[in-house]
Design a protein around this ligand. Structure first.
Ligand SMILES: [Zn+2]
Length: 335
């Protein structure tokens, strides 16, 4: 049981739900059939396909035809995921609907039965309607973006009215006149609406994947004539990781001109506001003949909040200078 939303309430709800590509068709706020029949209270939100595709469909949805005057829906969603606001109020989208189908959305039943032949209910009074651009041909998939926005639109309506996802129905679930409208698995669709409703309105599932690490792969800048006997920062083409973060990986270095057998130590180091705030465990190497390759590894590191992770090393050879030839970081981190 719900009074229909005002146009402003609907716009607010859409934006809160993360629907950003919205076209307000001129006059949509007052485009309705309220002079021909009742509008509300509303109990459901229907999803349709257009059974055709093309750039003229927003206009057709707004104006309708002489036989079926517009608006033909409340909103029209094209294949790019752009949402056109078409009407607010009673719209010619559902027609009459079966009582058993209506009872299912009214009672928010998880089971949506095949519709009865008799259609005693005025669907245009009781349900919102979203039209989606799809030919309805077998194998004609909805675009991922279009599907995502369709879920957001229907979730936005449910959220405003405090409905569950079982208030979402397909035109084909409401009447036998439309057996493939739309060609979607409605139980999957309702599950996606329900998952969205379980989160805050601005939820973006793609950004939520906290288990997946990010990569940090800056290169080591070649630096000749470095002195021995002191800790030297490894210059990188970009930052490694800024905390707070966990990390795992290795920074590879190639040094030239270190006498064979000379000792080299290396470690991770953190700086906060330019000050050294933490150093990691020291790893020790022995220089080889020719260039020396070493990898500074930490398989379970943590960078403190606001700290910058870096690497430093020291060559125990006061007599000579050496060269930092190059290298690269291969680090994964979790924010
Ligand atoms: Zn339909």
């Amino acid at each position: 049981m719900a009074d229909p939303m005002t146009p402003e309430e609907w716009l607010r709800a859409l934006r809160a739900e993360g629907v950003t590509d919205i076209v307000e068709m001129k006059g949509w706020r007052t485009n309705n059939r309220n002079h021909k029949g009742l509008w509300g209270s509303v109990h459901a939100t229907m999803i349709h396909h257009t059974a055709g595709e093309g750039p003229g469909l927003p206009r057709l949805c707004f104006d309708g035809t002489p036989q079926l005057p517009g608006p033909l829906c409340h909103d029209y969603l094209d294949r790019t995921g752009r949402l056109y606001l078409v009407g607010s109020g009673r719209a010619n989208h559902a027609g009459t609907v079966a009582a058993n189908a209506y009872a299912a959305v009214l009672n928010e039943s998880a089971h949506h039965p095949a519709p009865d032949a008799a259609e005693p209910i005025d669907g245009n009074r009781r349900s919102y309607g979203l039209e989606c651009e799809n030919s309805g041909a077998p194998g004609r998939e909805w675009t991922p973006r279009q599907y995502d926005v369709a879920v957001r639109v229907q979730a936005a309506r449910c959220r405003v009215h405090g409905w569950s996802a079982n208030s979402v129905w397909a035109h084909r679930e409401a009447t036998r006149r439309k057996p493939v409208d739309p060609r979607l698995d409605m139980n999957d669709f309702r599950a996606d609406v329900a998952e969205r409703l379980a989160h805050a309105p601005g939820w973006n599932p793609d950004e939520e994947d906290e288990d997946m690490p990010s990569r940090s792969n800056p290169k080591v800048k070649a630096t000749p004539n470095r002195p021995g006997g002191q800790w030297l920062t490894v210059p990188l083409t970009g930052g490694l990781v800024t905390g707070p973060a966990d990390y795992s990986g290795t920074v590879f270095l190639r040094l030239s001109g270190v006498p064979a057998g000379a000792s080299i130590q290396a470690r991770y180091v953190e700086t906060t506001n330019g000050e050294r705030s933490k150093t990691g465990a020291i790893v020790e190497y022995s220089a080889t003949a020719g260039d020396t390759f070493l990898g500074v590894t930490n398989a379970g590191g943590h960078v403190d909040s606001r700290a910058e992770l870096g690497v430093e090393y020291i060559v125990f050879d006061d007599a000579d200078t050496h060269g930092l030839v190059g290298g690269q970081a291969q680090l994964l981190f979790w924010k």
